[in-house]
Design a protein around this ligand. Structure first.
Ligand SMILES: *[C@@H]1O[C@H](CO)[C@@H](O)[C@H](O)[C@H]1NC(C)=O
Ligand SMILES: *[C@@H]1O[C@H](CO)[C@@H](O)[C@H](O)[C@H]1NC(C)=O
Ligand SMILES: *[C@@H]1O[C@H](CO)[C@@H](O)[C@H](O)[C@H]1NC(C)=O
Length: 209
């Protein structure tokens, strides 16, 4: 850790003419986007590559994770934080020209933070940083509306079923009430009929008598 932080300490006395410069100070991206972060540093034709040391890392409030590490001209993939495993590619051809190009793919929201590249060579050390802001993407609109329309259709089906049930129950009740009323009327008529026929009988017998 001390070894890692040492270059940062040296950075504060930007000694001599050695300078690291970030290409863009702020990046705005969405989840799963790919992005290319770029820094340039001063090189001399005679500098041997074995004196090149690079540490690029991501700083957030809660952690410090290494994206890319070169130690005395040799890449140290083991230093890379698991968060970036398989997601960072470096343009080695332009590295010799003093350009650090990091292609970061499938961005995650927790990649948000301060990206710092610190370079240490025989000529001095320097660093520069950029801010990376990765925002979450909402669920795709079609899925959302599909879900909504599904819910709506489910609601509509429920409504229809409810209405159907109500109609059935209503009809059933109507039929039932109708039957009862019909029955009552029938019974009533029957008794009336019997009453009248009895009266007729008595009238008949009276008249016969
Ligand atoms: C991002 O990069 C990966 C490979 O690194 C590639 O498969 C993918 O298609 C790229 N996505 C976009 C949106 O460019
Ligand atoms: C570095 O080399 C290039 C050719 O490879 C040459 O044009 C340039 O002048 C050289 N620079 C220095 C500072 O020697
Ligand atoms: C990141 O981007 C979002 C959306 O554009 C914005 O609301 C937020 O303030 C940004 N955060 C930072 C730290 O820049």
């Amino acid at each position: 850790m001390i070894w890692i932080l040492l270059p940062f300490a040296l950075t504060f006395c930007v000694c001599g003419t050695f300078v690291v410069k970030v290409a863009q100070t702020s990046y705005q991206a969405e989840e799963n986007d790919n992005i290319t972060l770029e820094w340039t540093f001063t090189t001399k034709n005679d500098s041997s590559s074995s004196s090149l040391n690079i540490i690029c890392c991501l700083l957030t409030v809660i952690k410090y994770s290494i994206l890319y590490h070169v130690h005395e001209g040799v890449e140290v993939p083991e230093s890379q934080d698991g968060q970036f495993a398989g997601r960072v590619q470096v343009d080695k051809d332009v590295l010799r020209e003093g350009r650090i190009r990091l292609h970061v793919s499938r961005l995650r929201t927790d990649d948000s933070g301060l990206c710092v590249c610190d370079v240490l060579t025989d000529d001095g050390s320097s660093s520069d940083r950029c801010r990376l802001n990765v925002t979450a993407v909402d669920q795709p609109e079609p899925q959302k509306s599909a879900a909504r329309s599904q819910a709506e259709s489910r609601g509509r089906i429920g409504l229809y079923v409810g209405l159907g049930l109500a109609v059935c129950v209503g009809l059933g009740l109507a039929v039932y009430v109708g039957l009862i009323v019909g029955l009552a009327v029938c019974v009533g008529l029957y008794f009336l009929f019997r009453l009248y026929s009895k009266q007729d009988e008595t009238e008949n017998t009276i008249s016969e008598v």
